[in-house]
Design a protein around this ligand. Structure first.
Ligand SMILES: Cc1ncc(COP(=O)(O)O)c(C=O)c1O
Length: 481
């Protein structure tokens, strides 16, 4: 197969192969082990001089994917915080590959640009954010944090008379960045990528869980009263799903020169239900906000959203122009100049399709189901004599550990780590361990649109079953001479 051109006649057949494989993957996704038990068995080989053509390459790929792909878009994957693709989003995502639009601007693709504009407006409505804010689709929450904090950096520079994008930061003092212990590592990564220094982030916590110490934050703001300050507030902490008090933090910030960036990667979906909306009260008063798409919106990887109150700071942070790129009327935002990437996948097709298909009521219904399921698991944990819940469950994450009678406290971390390994090997459900308040524990997160009672009921049942096995293994190991 010397040249892709000679493969042209196989396009439709190659797509059919992919569709047939997708169909069989999806046919068993509700019940299949999350991890099929193998690995991605592909030998190391030099780059082929002569290719095999699309059909043979596709068949090789399909064979290796059967063992190598986790059923991460299925209902029993509770690790990290990962959604699946709703039917509408998945199909629209396929279409975006087939149409292969470059979502730079209206000239490169009116379809992608218009759908991005509409989707972002709908998302603002869904999350209760003001319509006048500017926004952009990103590859995920890390890049949305990058966008929000880049806008913050521009504001911070201009407050000191410096156009950072043009002049750089030399000569400016280091940025003061405040947060709570809830700050996500991806926000720190964004801070580092922006050259602000992740070590500059001061976490002001009043306890080992990382809850914000508002008095300490007020004191820090007073201490730095002569300079602009950036605050990272957190909506949805990964171990427990808990929230910083956004309204209180914004109120503090408004007494000083402070920008409030809110990382609400999954937590902002609390806004979708009246049951949890109070948890994000105040977000509409922040300066920039991050939300993820591939988490609770359930669009396929990779999608996130950045929202910025003052459009100028976002546009100024990512501006780029060249004669050949042309210019656009103000009503037609150049989305490729509102974030780091210029040429971009048309993520708006999947976002638009899922919002069009299910609307705000559909998302409210899904989120409320997940809230109920999380409470169901919490109750099962509380009823089990060998399990201990370590935190409240305000949203969709249940933080608990295995604590059977008779195992000394100093052995519980190792035991829970071992149970975590057994859970991942077992594959009926899927989640790893974390460390919360110094204890190794589990933190399954419920975000997948497919997840139902029979799926979450396996969480407690599996941990208890594998816990007994792990204790027996430990006893056998200690009895060995
Ligand atoms: C609160 C929070 N922020 C940011 C991220 C990073 O998101 P992404 O992996 O989409 O970049 C996550 C991921 O779990 C998260 O939970």
């Amino acid at each position: 197969m010397p040249d892709p051109l000679s493969d042209q006649g196989h396009v439709v057949e190659a797509l059919r192969l992919a569709a047939a494989e997708a169909e069989s993957y999806l046919a068993t996704i509700d019940t299949a082990p999350v991890r099929p038990g193998g690995d991605a068995e592909l030998p190391d080989a030099p780059l082929p001089r002569e290719g095999v053509g699309s059909l043979e390459a596709l068949n090789e790929l399909i064979a290796v994917s059967r063992d190598g792909a986790t059923r991460s878009s299925g209902p029993r994957f509770f690790h990290f915080v990962m959604g699946g693709g709703t039917p509408a989003a998945l199909a629209a995502d396929w279409l975006s590959s087939a149409l292969d639009q470059n979502a730079y601007n209206w000239v490169s693709s009116p379809l992608a640009a218009r759908l991005e504009q509409i989707s972002l407006n709908w998302l603002k409505e869904l999350f209760g954010l003001p319509a006048a804010w500017s926004a952009v689709l990103t590859t995920g929450a890390t890049m949305a944090n990058f966008v929000g904090l880049a806008a913050a950096r521009r504001w911070w520079g201009l407050e000191q008379g410096v156009d950072v994008e043009s002049a750089g930061m030399s000569g400016l003092p280091p940025m003061t960045i405040l947060s709570s212990g809830y700050v996500h590592v991806s926000a720190l990564k964004a801070v580092a990528m922006l050259g602000l220094g992740r070590g500059r982030v001061r976490t002001l916590s009043r306890d080992a869980a990382g809850r914000v110490d508002l008095d300490a934050m007020a004191a820090a703001l007073r201490e730095h009263d002569s300079e602009p300050v950036v605050i990272i507030a957190n909506a949805g902490e990964v171990n427990t799903g808990d929230f910083d008090p956004l309204a209180d933090i914004v109120a503090l910030a408004r007494k000083h020169r402070a920008w409030v960036h809110v990382d609400g990667a999954f937590g902002l979906f609390a806004a979708v239900s009246p049951q949890t909306r109070h948890l994000v009260e105040g977000v509409q008063l922040a300066d920039s906000v991050t939300v993820d798409g591939h988490k609770w919106l359930n669009v396929p990887y990779d999608t996130g959203f950045a929202f910025v109150r003052e459009p100028e700071y976002q546009a100024g942070a990512f501006d780029a122009s060249a004669a050949y790129l042309g210019s656009e009327a103000a009503a037609r935002p150049v989305f490729g100049n509102l974030g780091p990437e210029m040429s971009r996948r048309a993520r708006s097709l999947a976002v638009w399709a899922t919002l069009r298909a299910y609307g705000s009521d559909g998302y409210r219904s899904m989120v409320e189901r997940h809230l109920r399921l999380a409470q169901r698991v919490a109750a099962q944990v509380d009823d089990a004599p060998d399990l201990e819940r370590l935190a409240d469950v305000p949203l969709n994450v249940i933080c608990f550990r295995y604590r059977p009678h008779g195992v000394p406290e100093d052995q519980l971390d190792d035991l829970n780590r071992r149970v975590g390994e057994l859970v991942l090997e077992d594959g009926r459900v899927y989640f790893g361990t974390t460390v919360y308040r110094g204890n190794v524990c589990f933190r399954p997160a419920i975000v997948n649109w497919r997840t139902r009672e029979q799926d979450v009921d396996l969480i407690v049942a599996t941990v208890r079953e594998l816990g007994v096995r792990a204790v027996a293994q430990a006893v056998r190991a200690s009895a060995r001479p």
